[in-house]
Design a protein around this ligand. Structure first.
Ligand code: ADP
Ligand code: MG
Length: 390
């Protein structure tokens, strides 16, 4: 049996969502497949790491039990031994429990986890892990960088201007006048570059509201972007898996949007109740959605192709979900953003596309091992006489 460490939680606004992704969409199907010993590794909100079979139980996180548990539980040590071994004090005084990990399945969303930081740690350890690598994860979690890369590959994305918060604080005039107002058409969207769940995002219809929107975004991030709003909007999302050979799931259209912008509650809290139930709708991570999206076949294909082009351009591997904004009048498909670890892995969509949750996690583990093997084949050492000269 292979030993898989599922790492979740972490210092992120999406900490709680990560617990659900880990337990329901990753640990459960991994165990159902009967091929793996699953070791849950939980990163608490303060950044402390824990490893314990009890951390697999959702009830632990639902009451006051967690605090008590974490107070008593030993923290985990990571041993980099040409791979990764988990170490913790055992119940026998002075003895330690060890577990060598074959594959890591990161289940962290947002900062300190989905953004390449955890992937860097796993690269350093030399252990195979599921999903996008360091660079693709970091780029995907930066709305400015991901748009610049998409643009460089000729993929349409809403016109934007961006600026560092520190520069904006020093002298906002030129950015607002020569950047935003001279180059972009209202309505605009002002966004922090690194956050998700619509936190800090404002739609601006009138130039007089721009400064206020910038101030909101500045509160949350060190980098800010302002982009043109897409008119006649249809939003879709396309989950994709693969390293070199890519497989898209179905193009999905979330339907719970009511006020023009998805907020955290619409996305995660309504449990489908806030969203309108429409014919053919499925309850997914974002309330109800249309799977597959009812788009004219040509537009559907264009959305799928655009998503695949973005996945490749950013160098995604394993899994990612590409969000698109469609102008339904002009038929232009714009790239919006990439999620390197889609909440719940978008299992509902994969199921509709014919792939069960067990098949999905099995495939992702295989892809992790394949990438690791391919990397191992590239030369890492280089013989020189350099040291002998001293
Ligand atoms: N350029 C745009 N045109 C129209 N709507 C947009 C645009 N940018 C964002 N939105 C709306 O705001 C929502 C949140 O923006 P997004 O960039 O996806 O941030 P988040 O990372 O918080 O999901 C989108 O789902 C969409 O409804
Ligand atoms: Mg979004």
């Amino acid at each position: 049996m292979k030993t898989i460490a599922v790492i979740f939680g972490s210092r992120s606004t999406e900490h709680d969502v990560s617990i659900i992704t880990a337990i329901s969409s990753i640990i459960k199907p991994l165990e159902l497949s009967g091929q793996y010993q699953v070791e849950p590794v939980y990163i608490a909100k303060d950044g402390s790491w824990y490893w314990d079979q009890k951390l697999k139980e959702i009830s632990l996180y639902q009451g006051d039990e967690l605090e008590e548990f974490l107070r008593k539980a030993p923290k985990v040590h990571l041993l980099f031994d040409n791979g990764l071994t988990l170490v913790k004090s055992s119940q026998f005084a002075g003895r330690k429990a060890y577990k060598k990990i074959d594959v890591v399945f990161p289940a962290t969303h947002g900062t300190h986890g989905e953004d390449g930081e955890l992937m860097g740690l796993l690269e350093m350890a030399g252990v195979p892990y599921v999903g996008c690598g360091v660079a693709a994860s970091a780029i995907a979690m930066d709305k400015v960088l991901s748009k610049l890369i998409a643009e460089a590959h000729g993929i349409p994305t809403p016109k934007m201007q961006f600026i560092l918060t520190s520069e904006l604080e020093r002298n906002s005039g030129p950015f607002i006048e020569k950047g935003v107002n001279a180059k972009l058409k209202y309505p605009l969207f002002v966004k922090p570059a690194h956050l998700g769940s619509s936190i800090g995002i404002t739609k601006v219809d009138d130039p007089k509201d721009l400064v206020n929107a910038l101030e909101i975004a500045m509160h949350y991030d060190t980098k800010i972007l302002v982009e043109e709003g897409v008119q006649n909007l249809i939003e879709v999302t396309v989950p994709i898996i693969g390293n070199r050979e890519l497989k898209p799931a179905l193009v999905e259209r979330p339907l719970s949007k009511e006020d023009g912008v998805f907020d955290f509650d619409t996305k995660y809290m309504n449990n489908g109740k806030g969203g309108k139930k429409m014919g053919g709708g499925k309850q997914g991570a974002q309330g109800y959605s249309e799977v597959p999206a009812k788009l004219p076949p040509e537009l559907y294909k264009k959305a799928e192709d655009t998503a695949l082009a973005v996945y490749k351009a950013l160098g995604c591997e394993g899994i990612a979900r590409v969000d698109l904004l469609i102008d339904s009048k002009t038929g232009t498909v714009y790239f919006n953003e990439v999620n390197p670890l889609p909440g719940s892995l978008y299992a509902h969509n994969w199921r509709a596309a014919g792939m069960s949750p067990v098949e999905l996690v099995n495939t992702l583990v295989r892809l992790a091992e394949e990438r690791f093997a391919a990397q191992a084949r590239t030369a890492k050492t280089f013989q020189t006489n350099f040291l002998k000269q001293f």
